[in-house]
Design a protein around this ligand. Sequence first.
Ligand code: GTP
Length: 312
Amino acid sequence: MSDDTPRPGFWKRLTQGLTRTASNLSTGITDLFTKRKLDATTIEDLEDVLIRADLGVETSARIAEVVGKGRYDKEIEPEEVRGLVAAEIEKVLAPVAMPLVFESYAKPFVLLMVGVNGSGKTTTIGKLASVLRAQRKKVVLAAGDTFRAAATEQLKVWAERTGAALVSRAPGADAAGVAFDALAQAKADDADVLIIDTAGRLQNRAELMAELEKIVRVVRKQDPTAPHAVVLTLDATVGQNALSQVEAFQRVAGVTGLVMTKLDGTARGGILVALAAKFGLPVHLIGVGEGIDDLQPFAARDFARAVVGLDD
Ligand SMILES: Nc1nc2c(ncn2[C@@H]2O[C@H](COP(=O)(O)OP(=O)(O)OP(=O)(O)O)[C@@H](O)[C@H]2O)c(=O)[nH]1
């Protein structure tokens, strides 16, 4: 996905979206390092501040250690600490900041969207469809969340808005059947990309996982190389629970990349750093607000600086 968002708007949305986490981290650092010499206690306290922002125990310990190295018994400005912390966060995030690439070797390129209800699947599909259509790509959307009629309705709105084709069936139909038909249609129409929406009922995890496995199996009957990408949407406000969601979806669907939404709804946006450190999965997009423009390409340096309250 190319990013043609004007830079000032992009930075403003990002910093506004990350305000809660940034003030959490920034205030924590200011309180610790204002007119105080750096010692073992301040470093331990810094580690706690980072852990409370959900950066993960190991990463927090490592960052605190880097900040302390060679600086004991010296005064250090909070701004310098913010800079050091941002640099370390950037190191963790840089390897995972990757746009979603719709390789043209696969036609159609099959993208399977997974994630629990309300985590931002539909918004992500809408965003991707808009970007692809702006590039004049032919897109088919498959309404694979057959459990909820509202999900199909939402997808229909996006299909109409973007000029993508929609394949859907009556509520309660077999989701794998929808995926199968959609791939057949995408092939027949010579479409570039097929995006398959799926259900996200966490209440019945076993059933949901079986359904996803079946979708993958059925799609492979027509194209053994599909799905070419499996993108998991995660709601940042679930905190540490995001880690177990990645594990669960990875087991059944082989997640190839992540989208993290609702970073604006939490003071613990450091969860993205914990995820990057633990799984190393590509992060394609982040959501920092309700609107479609708030779903942005993920840039490691920008995120790292914004999240500790530093300027561009
Ligand atoms: N504040 C905020 N809201 C978001 C963000 N991303 C999505 N939302 C909102 O979260 C709600 C759920 O998003 P959807 O895209 O519908 O999520 P979904 O996973 O498809 O959910 P279901 O349709 O319930 O399965 C919507 O009201 C979105 O507007 C974000 O980054 N920040």
